[in-house]
Ligand binder design. Structure first.
Ligand SMILES: [Zn+2]
Length: 411
């Protein structure tokens, strides 16, 4: 019997969205010298709360399992993401008329990839970042940073220090917090009466409609919709007054949130998004059953392709050693006897083995040397970019394969 309860509203969690079996922590790459040792596998099962419709992991490994040397990600590594941040700063500065008298705070500010633009504009900003080496990198950019996790207690301490802000923001952090009520509950404590909170997160709607089940991994505790977030904000004395859709991370939402009693008028976009989520069945248990069936079908299609290709004597390599690829390969039970190797541009991953599947990670140059018949594209969100970069495989008759949303072989 399932005794788990919803992390947001506390109702019993009875409905499974999808069960991806046992999976290791997706960023725990194996060094060659550790290849003879075992690995920890944890259940990777998502449920939906039928009281508040929050999709969430049923259980998760102890948070200490997430911290290992490769885990640290510096946001500034991605030039596209830094440009996204620059445009956001420009837009918010204009929309909220921010200036030297204003105050900005970012939660999970990483290496200062975003706050550097406020700092350069002379707008006082504070980063909240629990990881020491990214916080140090932010300070080198001139971004004041405090090393701490955000929640009600730390927010109260920041407020006691005089921090009360016009703009509080968090990009791709909400899904990563193990206690969403405590995290959101801290927000009103550091927000001015007419202040604005903006939060960006991958939208559950895209996960369901584009079959993005490989974005489920242990570091993502929740899979978010406006429908499920509204009661979480309401509980904290906050409300959503605007929402935008973004193309990032397979399709994200940016919500604009304020104190319940503040003067910000709600835009039509809020009601429209709630209606769209309802029309797509996000508050309907049967929608989640249909998704679960599609996930199983994706696994069978990939395995069928691999078995037929290998039986015909073809070779298969993978492109992109990222978290979502690890979810897919481990769920499907794919090992190095199906996919010979995976290539990745990140030199710290090369020479290691993928967690769980133990498929070797090599440099992209190995593709031209080993000439695989098929190149399986794991990060489907950048499929066009990879197809263009790797078009040289056509020289030996190589073909691209994209497993998600449905298996697609591209000659
Ligand atoms: Zn709930």
């Amino acid at each position: 019997m399932n005794t788990a309860t919803c992390m947001a509203c506390g109702a019993p969690l009875s409905r499974v969205v999808c069960d991806l079996g046992l999976s290791p922590i997706s960023n725990a790459f194996i060094k060659p010298e550790d290849a003879s040792k075992g690995e920890m596998f944890y259940p990777l099962k998502t449920c939906v709360c039928e009281a508040c419709w929050l999709v969430q992991l049923e259980s998760s490994p102890d948070s200490s399992a997430h911290f290992h040397e490769d885990y640290v990600y510096f946001s500034s590594f991605s030039s596209g993401w830094v440009e996204h941040a620059r445009r956001y700063v420009e837009a918010m500065t204009a929309r909220l008329s921010l200036g030297p008298q204003s105050r900005v705070m970012e939660l999970a500010s990483n290496d200062g990839y975003l706050l550097q633009f406020f700092a350069r504009a002379g707008i006082p900003a504070l980063g909240i970042e629990p990881t020491a080496n990214t916080a140090a990198a932010a300070r080198l950019k001139g971004v004041e940073t405090r090393e701490m996790f955000f929640g009600r207690d730390s927010a109260a301490a920041l407020a006691a220090d005089g921090w009360s802000v016009d703009l509080l923001l968090g990009n791709n952090v909400l899904a990563h917090v193990p206690d969403i009520n405590d995290f959101v509950g801290g927000m009103p404590l550091v927000l001015k009466p007419e202040g604005v909170v903006t939060l960006e997160f991958p939208h559950l709607l895209n996960l369901l409609t584009q079959n993005q089940f490989d974005t489920i991994y242990h570091e993502h505790y929740t899979y978010l919709s406006l429908t499920a977030l509204e009661p979480i904000f309401a509980r904290a004395g906050l409300r959503v007054f605007d929402v935008e859709t973004l193309p990032t991370h397979g399709g994200s939402l940016r919500v604009f949130v304020c104190h319940t009693a503040s003067g910000h008028a709600a835009t039509p976009a809020v009601g429209e998004m709630l209606a769209r989520e309802k029309a797509e069945g996000l508050d309907n248990a049967e929608r989640y059953d249909a998704f679960a069936a599609e996930v199983v079908q994706t696994k069978r299609a990939l395995l069928q392709f691999l078995i037929e290709a290998r039986a015909a004597g073809k070779t298969v390599a993978g492109y992109g050693a990222a978290a979502k690829g690890n979810t897919l390969l481990n769920y499907c039970g794919v090992r190095a006897d199906m996919v010979d190797f995976v290539v990745d541009k990140n030199p710290t991953k090369q020479g290691r083995l993928l967690p769980g599947s133990r498929i070797p990670v090599l440099a992209p140059e190995e593709i031209a040397t080993r000439r695989p018949d098929y190149l399986l594209i794991l990060p489907w969100n950048i499929r066009d970019e990879i197809i263009e970069q790797m078009s040289g495989i056509h020289v030996w008759g190589g073909q691209f394969v994209v497993p998600i949303p449905t298996l697609d072989i591209i000659p």
